[in-house]
Ligand binder design. Structure first.
Ligand code: FES
Length: 131
């Protein structure tokens, strides 16, 4: 099963030219590597230019095969990496990726911009094959 974390590399801290996405990717890679087997799946961590959450920088998405997709906003590389690693651990164990806000760690309880169920993607794949 494939797991991915995608970080926006275009987001800017409000009122500045600083784009913290690259720093966030680096810190997250190091933290996931340091977590070792406590995160029971490999996560591919990469950047993308804009996920349409530009008012809530930085944005970070979690995706997994046949799992719900999440988009989080307001993520700060200086304070939120531990919560992102904790959610990677949780997400790896969730069969369909689905969880409620109260179950998510720390900042991620209030920073969710979208949660898209995997079932919709499966239905779309089925329809695409049928057409
Ligand atoms: S610039 Fe980061 S979501 Fe648009």
């Amino acid at each position: 099963m494939e797991h991915r974390i995608t970080v926006c590399t275009s987001c800017r801290h409000k009122g500045t030219e600083c784009r913290p996405g690259y720093e966030l990717i680096e810190r997250l890679r190091q933290a996931i590597a340091a977590a070792g087997d406590s995160v029971p799946e490999d996560f591919e961590i990469s950047g993308v230019a804009c996920m349409a959450g530009c008012d809530r920088p930085c944005t970070v998405a979690y995706h997994g095969t046949k799992k719900a997709t999440y988009l989080f906003g307001d993520i700060d590389p200086n304070t939120d990496v531990d919560d992102l690693v904790a959610f990677a651990r949780q997400y790896a164990y969730l069969h369909d990726g689905w969880c409620t806000s109260v179950d998510r760690p720390g900042k991620l309880r209030t920073a969710t911009l979208a949660r898209v169920p995997a079932a919709l993607m499966v239905i779309e794949e089925t329809e695409a094959r049928a057409s």
